[in-house]
Design a protein around this ligand. Sequence first.
Ligand code: ATP
Ligand code: MG
Length: 308
Amino acid sequence: MIRIENLTKDYGDLTAVENLNLTIKQGDIFGFIGPNGAGKTTTMRILVTLLEPTRGTAFIDGLDVTRHGKKVRRLVGYMPDFMGVYDDLKVFEYLEFFAAAFGIERQKRKSIVDGVLELTDLTSKQSVTVDSLSRGMQQRLGLARVLIHDPKVLILDEPASGLDPRARIEIRELLRELRRMGKTIMISSHILSELEEICDHVGIIEHGQMVFSGRLDEIRPHLGIQSKVRVKVAENRDTAVELLSALPSISKVEIVADYISVTFADGKECNGLIARTLVNADLDVVFLQPEQLKLDDAFLQLTKGIVH
Ligand SMILES: Nc1ncnc2c1ncn2[C@@H]1O[C@H](COP(=O)(O)OP(=O)(O)OP(=O)(O)O)[C@@H](O)[C@H]1O
Ligand SMILES: [Mg+2]
């Protein structure tokens, strides 16, 4: 649904995006992650035809963004990082204004606006002014706005920034709902762990270059970080340690606190094998859990030391 090919954007001497390649499938939620100045907004603005690339191009649903701007703008909903100021405009007026801008007929506007208000849970706020909404509500209004013309693709620039945990969860639920509706979503953030629970795939960008792109669970092997699991048995811990140490796919077995930490030799987890080995020896397994990859550590590792 989104395909970026050798995309480069120069601002004078500065290369903000350098030879970027990326494919996002229909129905995916793709997390676009990078620190300040990495080139996220620049890439997104090119995708939504607000900026011309210096070299390369991108396609939305097969349409070249540099040649079919008008058609592409019908297909995408873009939520910018800053909303702008709308003095004295009420929430429903704001949405009706955008409905008119998208050329939606006057008699259809009300039902469309009511629909997006309901979806974003803003119905009760429709008559208050936009400027008096809280940050979280403003972000939801931003989402309501991009949904007005029922786009297939949503490009959301940091929709969760500045939100409290509850508002963040609400946005996450809303994004899941939108995915159920069949939308393809590209969403940017500084924080890898913020997107962890909603994204199918992530791309990590640093100084305009993609340093990693793939599934979240592929980051660890990519970084050469070995997978670990924690195992606890009810009794006979020494027997468990002995049995696990003998397995060829396991490189290290250590006792940590009240559990056993198991490191896999080639980064591949074989939890089934551990469970079978212990159960076959009549050991009572209390828990067997993967050690969480500390995403933000992975992010720092991926982006450290790259100097522009
Ligand atoms: N209009 C512009 N003119 C000149 N340089 C620009 C312009 N817009 C962005 N840049 C530069 O391009 C680089 C990438 O900026 P961009 O806004 O795409 O980053 P970002 O990843 O969105 O960062 P942030 O997380 O801070 O939003 C930065 O070095 C920025 O200073
Ligand atoms: Mg930005």
